[in-house]
Write a protein that binds this ligand. Structure first.
Ligand code: F6R
Ligand code: MG
Ligand code: MG
Length: 369
């Protein structure tokens, strides 16, 4: 059976700053989706990660389906009404357009979708990250799909022997989707050379070269490409199918033990380590640290099983302690050097204005010989 998984997520308001949506707001989005979506989708799941609400649909309508996208958009609009009623911070902030037009791409919400022929057993992972951007997934995807140090299946399983095809997007390009397809392992160094730049080149999808099937879909939305200026970080979502011709769940999770440094953190303008957390976790230290959640499901004839929180395990408590240490370490150098992002990635224009003012006050002193 051919099914589609769609994750659509938005921040439409949160309690106490950019911490977490209110329970009433979450309930309203959930209620709207189940009341108005009857007969449209097969199954759904709703959860929050930091200040973002993500809705997962399983359905039979393919990617970029207008009815599915409109349902999510309308649910977020309904949620915004509650956010305004309750006076939540940033009510409706990710809904950048006044009217819905066809699908949510380019309208503010992040979307990751994939249509595929369901395998007999179809396990998959739903990733949601907050206080960061889509480039945050690049290193874990690289390591989980091409590096035997994390993915032992590349050596052990004949099903992965041919490697994977990476589709990488140049997210700085705004005229259309500028993409390149590169094969691992042959083009490994080319893939690494691009993914090094997490703010410009982002993994959009990964396919098995053995079966041709799609394993990964990442949201590549860049809010500042839509609004012309930063209106928030592009907290990304991702679907990863696992096992069989794809990496095992634990191989996909393994690189999150690094707590690698990503863009985001306070005011979307700093660098911080990515902390794997339980879904529903709020945001705290320095409006961060950047977080990622992962729920594991199986889907059968479009019906979702109960989900398991993949980062709810004593091992990840140990990692969280280490990541907290890394977060404290980089925060000790405040605004200096690599602790803060370069100008083009800052969420605020204030510093540019400040530098223009200061530029006029510079004077050039003659060098005496
Ligand atoms: C992401 C997030 C941050 C904010 C940023 C701006 O979820 O919340 O990236 O967009 O901190 O915040 P305000 O709007 O308070 O200036
Ligand atoms: Mg926010
Ligand atoms: Mg957010």
């Amino acid at each position: 059976m051919k099914i589609t998984l769609s994750i659509i997520k938005a921040d439409v308001g949160s309690v106490g700053g950019h911490i977490r949506p209110s329970q009433r707001l979450l309930n309203r989005v959930q209620e709207y989706v189940s009341d108005e979506g009857k007969g449209l989708f097969i199954d759904s799941f709703i959860g929050s990660t930091g200040d973002d609400i993500a809705v997962l649909f399983s359905h039979a309508h393919g990617v970029l389906n207008e009815s599915i996208h409109k349902l999510a958009w309308d649910a977020f609009m309904e949620g915004t009404k509650i956010a305004k009623e309750q006076g939540l911070y940033g009510a409706g902030q990710d809904l950048l357009k006044d009217a819905f037009t066809g699908n949510v791409r380019g309208m503010g919400p992040a979307v990751a979708e994939m249509e595929f022929e369901e395998r007999e057993n179809e396990p998959f992972l739903m990733f949601c990250a907050d206080k960061t951007d889509p480039g945050a997934y690049s290193l874990p995807l690289y390591l989980g799909f091409v590096d035997p140090m994390h993915n032992s299946g590349l050596i052990l399983s004949p099903k992965m022997a041919k490697g994977f095809k990476f589709t990488i997007m140049d997210v700085a390009y705004t005229e259309g989707d500028r993409i390149i397809e590169l094969n691992a392992p042959e083009n490994l160094y080319d893939i690494a050379a691009l993914l090094r730049d997490t703010e410009r080149f982002v993994v959009e999808s990964i396919h098995s070269r053995d079966t041709g099937e799609q394993a990964v879909a990442v949201s590549t939305t860049r809010l500042h490409n839509i609004a012309g200026k930063y209106t928030g970080k592009d907290d990304p979502v991702m679907i990863v199918r696992v096992q069989g011709a794809f990496p095992a769940t634990g191989e996909v999770l393994s690189p999150y033990g690094i707590g690698h440094f990503v863009a985001g953190f306070m005011r979307g303008s700093h660098v911080g380590p990515l902390m794997p957390v339980v879904q529903g976790s709020p945001i705290s230290f320095f409006d961060g640290p950047p977080i990622v959640s992962c729920r594991a499901f199986c889907v059968h004839k479009g019906s979702l099983t109960e989900s398991v929180d993949a980062f709810d395990h004593p091992y990840w408590d140990y990692i969280r302690g280490q990541v907290a240490q890394k977060a404290s370490d980089i925060r000790r150098q405040g605004f200096s050097g690599p602790a803060m992002l370069g100008y083009s990635e800052l969420e605020y224009g204030g510093i540019v204005v400040k530098l223009e003012e200061l530029d006029g006050k510079f004077r050039t002193r003659k060098v005496s010989s």
